[in-house]
Design a protein around this ligand. Sequence first.
Ligand code: ADP
Ligand code: MG
Length: 456
Amino acid sequence: MDNVAKEPVIKIKDLDVIYFLGKSNEVQALKNVNLEIYPGEFIIFFGPSGCGKSTLLYSIAGLETNIHGNIFIDDKDLSSMKIKEIEEYHRKKMGIIFQAFYLINSLSILNNVILPQIFLSAKYEERKKKAYELLEHFGVRAQAHKLPTELSGGQQQRVAICRSLMNNPELLLADEPVGNLDSKSSDEVMALLGELNEKEKKTVILVTHNPAHLRFAHRVFYMKDGMITDVKVNKEVDRSPEAALERVQEGGEERPSISRELELLLRTYSGLSSAQAGSLLIPFKAKQIVLEVLVGMTTEEIDEIEKKVENLLIRGVDDNNEIMNFLDIDAEKGGMGLDKRTAERLAAKIKDIVTEIEFLEKADVTPPGGEIVDTEVEIVQIRRYLLDEFDAKVANINALKNFDTAIKDRIENKIDRVKFQKNLDIPVLKGGVGFDKRSAKKVAKRMELLILGKYK
Ligand code: ADP
Ligand code: MG
């Protein structure tokens, strides 16, 4: 098939990923990785724990910062992409499925699927209809009004898959998506991923250490110690890249069994807003910054500092001085207590990232919720969830009302997350909820993750 035009969707050239570069605890997570992945392929990264599979997957997702070498997405170098372009990549092209399901236990299955769409201008009824269709397609429609805890692990992962498909990505990345499931459920979920690849022509990149999954892939990249040691084409199911390309070329030959309506519907999903894309990156970025700079600390200390950086990213900062102050102050007083040189380096880095996030927010032109009807139920559910989750107390009915208003305004994008947090913080008599600063911060942060649908 020499005459078939092979345009890889992903091309990696001489990729190294090194943590703690130049330090005594330097870790080379990836070494000299070279690969190409073609549209329509089902690829597996296979190898023992710690060999670098997740690092490779997150590098492709554009979520890894310690990169040396080049990653091309559709021939565009990821490292040279403008923020807008990376945002576009996350919003339109890529979906991720994690090992954990990230479902919100106090929300119905239906609302779990709808929630990431909450910023979009589509009316509630429309969003609901779309969610039902996805749930139907993945065999969990009957569970729509149940809570996640009432579902089996396999069913929960299907719901999570529904969510990852909300913006109809052509590239589906999955990091050990069945790692938590019993073998029957994992077979079912694997079959669904196979179907998404075969019938909807999605390019799937799956990370696994389970050899039973290898038969699903067109090609398997074997990994060890951060290197790709072997590439095997899976002849038994005849899913070589050539075969994959042929199928893509044949086009109409193998029509998806998915209903036409659903197909249309998937195409109309427009994905996350810029602000959402921005907040998606926060936990990853906070982790990267912290891990890169801090050496020789205990896991607990790193966790603690990570939270602080994450809060700082969410809160936003005006200038380097503010960051420096934060870094200089003793840890017991809420700062990071770093030595000056480290603090300066970290401050510059945080500044960059915060600027980037603020840029994403300003660039957000998503219209407010439009004529969203029926949000009352959602609002009450969200309020209950937030209060339960943080065991937060409200003084009186007015505080509750103000809380609901703040949630509504945030959902409809009338206020940004900074204002939302402020509203939680100010006294009830002044229209606020009257939380203390700490609770306001925590609740506001959770609200952002909630909107994003990436609850941790
Ligand atoms: P796998 O997914 O195959 O289990 P990972 O990609 O998670 O492997 O990790 C590869 C190597 O990189 C491991 O040695 C791991 O400890 C290290 N590593 C991963 N992430 C980080 C990080 N953020 N900071 C430092 N080391 C890391
Ligand atoms: Mg991993």
